[in-house]
Design a protein around this ligand. Sequence first.
Ligand code: HEM
Length: 489
Amino acid sequence: MAAHDGSRPILTTESGAPVADNQNLETAGVGGPALLQDQHLFEKLARFNRERIPERVVHARGAGAYGTFTVTADVTPYTRAAFLSEVGKETEVFVRFSTVAGNLGAADAVRDPRGFAVKFYTEDGNYDLVGNNTPVFFIKDALKFPDFIHTQKRDPYTGSQEPDSVWDFWGLSPEATHQVTWLFGDRGIPASYRHMNGYGSHTFQWVNEDGEQFWVKYHFKTDQGIRNLTAEEAAELAGKDPDSHQRDLRQAIEAGRPPSWTVQVQLMPAADAAAYRFNPFDLTKVWPHADYPPIEIGRMTLNRNPDNVFAEVEQSAFSPAHFVPGIGPSPDKMLQGRLFAYADAHRYRVGINADQLPVNRPHAAEARTYGRDGALYDGRHGRDRNYEPNSFGGPAETGRPLSAPVAVSGTTGTHAAAVHAEDDDFVQAGSLYRLMDEGERARLVANLAGAISAVSRDDIAERAVANFRAADAEFGARLEKAVADRRAI
Ligand code: HEM
């Protein structure tokens, strides 16, 4: 036990009492057992046992940074969102990038989509755009999400991700063919979070001052240029430096090289949706740029690292249901499920007061609700009335919905998504394959063959290959041969 020399603050317990000895626990005599009266020991050990909160059920592994979104084009004809109302207007953002399947300590350099979640701290409250680095997704109905993710995570028996489950599910879910073609192509393993694009992926609604509706898709184009890793480079990096993406982002910002993205939107007048050649609310499809050319609307720059990863990254909570006036959901069946799932996850993972934490609460607005209490409530509402309507001048509703009403028809029931003129599960996967040059095709086929040939049953491999054959005959034939060659070895 060293005497305090007055040069540093005094160490205390959590209740603020000075700590005399932080090196030796209390014992009954030298060499004797520990004493129950050692409050400092028990407080340290008990707090340590509770340091972790449940990791995210998906996207557990991630890194975040703060920055600014700046408007570069007049979009007031399309949306009344206040943060988009003027060229030059700046809004603070927090972005969390992630991988999907790996647990908290997993390596970054893996073949997996990357999460690209943006929280805009607007004057009308927080707007969360919780997207990925891919414009499409594996499935188109939220009901299938838990099953899909079970195939990506650890098997109940082996405790590892199992190729049989992965390819069984994809083979039986032909709508995944487009996203799987993308994932096993060159963009499937980004070199870093800075060298990839982001996409809102879903279709969202924009509504202007006059109530006119547009369907919108967001694209964040990296200003650093796209850079990817080959399967071999990734395997080496994942082993050498599991934190490669996280470190790269932090160090680029520390070194004064803030990464940025040019933000574009594709806009579809609402009246076009019914007759469009693809179902515009099908998350397994893109809107080809020839149909709806992307227009630039802004730039996002990330220039500040969080000071505390647990407080600001682990406890950050993004919800696709966090909209602001002028922006709303579309009837996309995946998005509709997500509108529920995220806030529910936050209540479980962080707690009912998750949105009051510094990283999650509005920064340019104030949350004024009648919601109260719950674990770790900080008493922010003081003596204010906790009910509404009230005659004490408490906050009151606006009478103006954030987004515009969407017309519906038909009967309730478990309907499959509407099929438009050119919709099937393979058409866009085939187009993507045919866009690739020979080198890209060869790497795609090799990556897929390597993965598919690891399954234990021929029927699973055959079903998986059949989906790529349906996308493009040459693609299918090459893949079939490559899988057969590997399985024969
Ligand atoms: C119905 C389908 C989906 C469901 C039910 C779902 C559910 C979830 C849940 C429960 C989390 C963890 C949230 C948390 O604990 O904070 C999560 C995280 C995430 N999801 Fe989804 N997800 C779905 C589809 C998607 C799609 C299509 C995308 C991208 C286009 C996406 C992007 C993300 C991202 C980026 C995160 C991490 C957010 C963060 O950084 O905190 N998810 N998802």
